[in-house]
Each structure stands twice: as structure tokens, then as C-alpha cells.
Design a protein around this ligand. Structure first.
Ligand code: SF4
Length: 182
């Protein structure tokens, strides 16, 4: 016996809608489970959102999550999947640039700290959140100027301050610190 076409289509639409609802609920559950404890009562206001600014320099920043505290200010959260359960300086620079972009575009106050939430292999689904202090705009502007000067070959780059940074560096084979030629 064959089902009437209309009946089969209704069934398909229902299955599709149920899958959408299940996905939306899972997203909410995952977001709740991965929240830093300090933001348990905050409101999630942005998720995977792009911000663009032109001043003090052109910047496009994609934020993972932004929460609003009860007092009205915003807090950034960056999600990372990595073996080592710790934040890096690159996270701090990335989050500081995001803060600048969100502040400039929205005019809202963004706290000078943020959270790096790390999910790593071997730790199950457990996410640990690390609070980090962010760089102010003037420090970011200096970094941006130096980057431009290095790319224009007006300034010489420096080696990484910590040897640990070199271990996983993609440029290691070309770096003259290790006998390579750029
Ligand atoms: S290997 Fe060279 S380029 Fe890479 S982090 Fe170390 S010093 Fe920098």
C-alpha cells in the first residue's frame, strides 16, 4: 500500500521540524554547560558574530560569545580546543582586538577581562574557563603598527620570547633561529 503524497510530505516536514528543535535545544544545553561559572546569571547577547571597525585601524573580529552582566557591561568568551589546558598570549591579543571591535561598533562597555574556555582531548566533555586580563587600545595600536612595519620590512622581527612557542611553530623549518632561511 502506498501512502498519499500529502501525508508523506507532512511527515517529512514534521521530522525536519523536530530535528531543528532538537538541534536548537542541544545548542542551548551546550552553551549552558560550557559557560564560565562567573557568567551563570549573565545573558547571552552575541554568538559567533562578526564585528567590523575602521578606527583606530581596520579590523574584522569574530566573537565566539558575548554575555551581558546584570550591571549592563559585556564580557567576551573565546572557545578553544587544544591539548594544553591553558590560555596563551595569542588568546589575549585576539580577545583584546575583539573587545576593541565590539566597543567601537556598539558603543557598549566591554569589561577589560575575558574568559578562554578550553576543551581538550582526554578530558571528556569537561571545559575549563580561564579568566585573562585584556590589553588596552593603545597597546593594540602599538602591536598593529609594529606588525605593519615588520611586513613592510621597516623593522626587524624578534624571536619568540619563550622556547615553548617554537615547538609547534609552522615556520620553524624556515626560521633562522633554527638554521633555516626565510
Ligand atoms: S620558530 Fe622562529 S618564527 Fe617560529 S616562534 Fe620560534 S622564533 Fe618565532
Amino acid at each position: 500500500m502506498t501512502l498519499p503524497l500529502g501525508f508523506a510530505l507532512t511527515g517529512l516536514v514534521l521530522v525536519f521540524l523536530l530535528a531543528l528543535i532538537w538541534q536548537a535545544r542541544k545548542k542551548v544545553r551546550d552553551e549552558r554547560a560550557s559557560r564560565p561559572r562567573a557568567l551563570a546569571h549573565a545573558e547571552l547577547v552575541y554568538m559567533e558574530t562578526l564585528f567590523r571597525i575602521r578606527e583606530p585601524f581596520r579590523l574584522v573580529a569574530k566573537v565566539d560569545r558575548v554575555y551581558r552582566l546584570l550591571g549592563g557591561s559585556l564580557v567576551l568568551v573565546e572557545l578553544k580546543t587544544r591539548r594544553r589546558d591553558r590560555p596563551y598570549l595569542t588568546d589575549v591579543i585576539q580577545l583584546s582586538a575583539q573587545r576593541l571591535a565590539v566597543q567601537q561598533q556598539t558603543g557598549e562597555v566591554v569589561e577589560p577581562y575575558a574568559f578562554v574556555s578550553v576543551l581538550g582531548p582526554g578530558r571528556g566533555e569537561r571545559i575549563r574557563s580561564h579568566r585573562v586580563a585584556l590589553l588596552e587600545a593603545d597597546a593594540l595600536i602599538r602591536l598593529h603598527r609594529r606588525r605593519r612595519a615588520i611586513l613592510a620590512r621597516q623593522e626587524a622581527p624578534a624571536y619568540a620570547a619563550a622556547d615553548a612557542a617554537c615547538r609547534g611553530c609552522a615556520l620553524r623549518s624556515k626560521c633562522d633561529r633554527f638554521g633555516g632561511r626565510a
